[in-house]
Structure formats: structure tokens, C-alpha cells
Design a protein around this ligand. Structure first.
Ligand code: SAH
Length: 233
């Protein structure tokens, strides 16, 4: 069960809520006394706690010590993205960093037009990752690794591979509540069927992202956004 997030005016040991926030907790989320919650003050601080009492339209929370809000995903979020033409990986790294990706792994795939990445380009992507991490208030910059051949990839844990011809839609994906997440998306020309099969054999579930073909720099960000939204990263 997910831990509900609750907006509180102040992170005190005891907080009383009424109005919208209390209504949402009791009527919409149907929390009961004893339910764990995560309270946040909207100014970058959070506290863990529990529901102490519920009375009419009011809810009492008992909260622990306030701490700085956690901005880093508690697990690795690895984005395997095919080498793309021009400067497109820069956009993927910039926005992917904002979305909480911990490691970008450029992939050499059968239909990737570029077959390698020069030192200067890799260094530039790393600088973009540092800059984006800083801008979005992350505690840690994501890593950008040297390109890897798709056949060398060894993903850990749960994963998805974006594939326009997959039958599983995003809403049918069974997201585990914890553990690492691996995400993969293909080059402008798409993955070959054999590549998708290989990735599926490694545990990445092929997933359909909708009836429109997304650009090769858009699809990886849709995957990262879905992971951030579904897993609360
Ligand atoms: N011409 C290619 C499309 C490649 S789009 C083809 O027909 O296969 C580039 C990459 O973005 C794909 O390899 C896939 O990983 C992802 N992608 C784009 N649109 C998608 C969609 N609607 N569903 C799932 N993945 C998609």
C-alpha cells in the first residue's frame, strides 16, 4: 500500500487537519487510524508519521522529526537509450535528469545511425546531467556511461522496453513497489524484433506508449516520466 502524502501548514509533532486535506485523506483515500503518512510543508521539508485520530471532518496526525525532502529515487533508475542522430541525446539527458534517472546508458543498436560516441560528446552529456541535476534540486548528478552494445546489457530487476508493436499498455504494467527500474527505448529506425525479444528475455517488458509514433528522443522521457509518476520517484 502506498504511503499517502499529506500537505500540512507546519511540521509539528501533532498536527490537526480539517477541510480539503482531511476530506481527501478520509473520504478519498479512506485512511484509518494508524495508517502511515508522509507529511510535507511545501517548503522542502517532510516528516513521516501516522494518523492518530479521525473525528468528523477532522484528522489528527502524529509526526516524527522533520527532515529535508528526499529528492533522489531510493533505487537505481537506469535509462538505456539508443544512440541518436545529432544532439538529441542532450535533450534526453537534460529532461531525464529532472525526472530522476540515475544512470543513462547509450546503446549501440542494429539500426542506430551513429555507431559510437566521441569523448567530447560524452563529456558534454555529463556536464548537461550535472547542470540539470543542480537546476532541479537533485542531491546527486546522474551518471552517463560509455555506449554499450545492446547484446552486452545486463539490466537488474524490473524493466520496460518501449516498442510500438507491443500489446501491453502502460496502464496494464504491474509496477513493483520497490527495487531498481530499467527502461529502454530504440533509435530513429526502431529496435528490430530480435532486439526486442532479446530485451524481453532479459526481463524488460515490451510496452506500447500509444497509437502515435513518438520520436526517439520523446519515448525515453515518457518511460522516465511514467516511472517517476507510478513509483513516486
Ligand atoms: N520507425 C520505428 C519507430 C521508431 S520510434 C518503428 O516503426 O519501429 C523510436 C523508438 O521510440 C522506438 O524504438 C520505441 O522504443 C519508442 N517508441 C516510439 N513510439 C512508441 C510507441 N507508440 N509505443 C512504444 N514505443 C514507442
Amino acid at each position: 500500500m502506498r504511503v499517502p502524502r499529506v500537505a500540512v501548514p507546519e511540521l509539528a509533532p501533532e498536527v490537526e487537519l480539517s477541510g480539503r486535506e482531511a476530506h481527501h485523506l478520509v473520504r478519498v483515500l479512506r485512511v484509518e487510524v494508524g495508517r502511515r503518512v508522509r507529511a510535507f510543508d511545501g517548503r522542502g521539508r517532510e516528516a513521516e508519521g501516522e494518523v492518530a485520530w479521525i473525528e468528523g471532518g477532522r484528522v489528527g496526525l502524529r509526526l516524527g522529526e522533520p527532515m529535508e525532502a528526499e529528492v533522489e529515487p531510493p533505487v537505481e533508475v537506469v535509462l538505456y537509450v539508443a544512440l541518436l542522430k545529432g544532439d538529441k541525446l542532450a535533450d534526453v539527458v537534460r529532461a531525464g535528469s529532472e525526472l530522476g534517472v540515475s544512470r543513462f546508458v547509450p546503446l549501440v543498436t542494429e539500426r542506430s545511425v551513429p555507431r559510437e560516441m566521441g569523448r567530447a560528446k560524452l563529456e558534454r552529456l555529463r556536464r548537461i546531467a550535472v547542470e540539470a541535476a543542480k537546476q532541479s534540486g537533485r542531491a546527486k548528478a546522474p551518471e552517463v556511461t560509455e555506449p554499450l552494445a545492446l547484446t552486452e546489457l545486463a539490466p537488474q530487476g524490473f524493466g520496460l522496453v518501449a516498442h510500438p508493436y507491443a500489446s501491453t499498455t502502460m496502464d496494464a504494467v504491474d509496477w513493483p513497489e520497490s527495487g531498481a527500474v530499467a527502461l529502454a527505448s530504440g533509435p530513429e529506425g526502431g529496435f528490430t524484433e530480435a532486439e526486442v525479444e532479446h530485451l524481453a528475455g532479459l526481463g524488460l517488458v515490451p510496452v506500447y506508449l500509444g497509437p502515435r509514433i513518438l520520436r526517439a528522443e520523446t519515448a525515453p522521457l515518457v518511460l522516465a516520466a511514467a516511472a517517476a509518476a507510478m513509483r513516486g520517484f
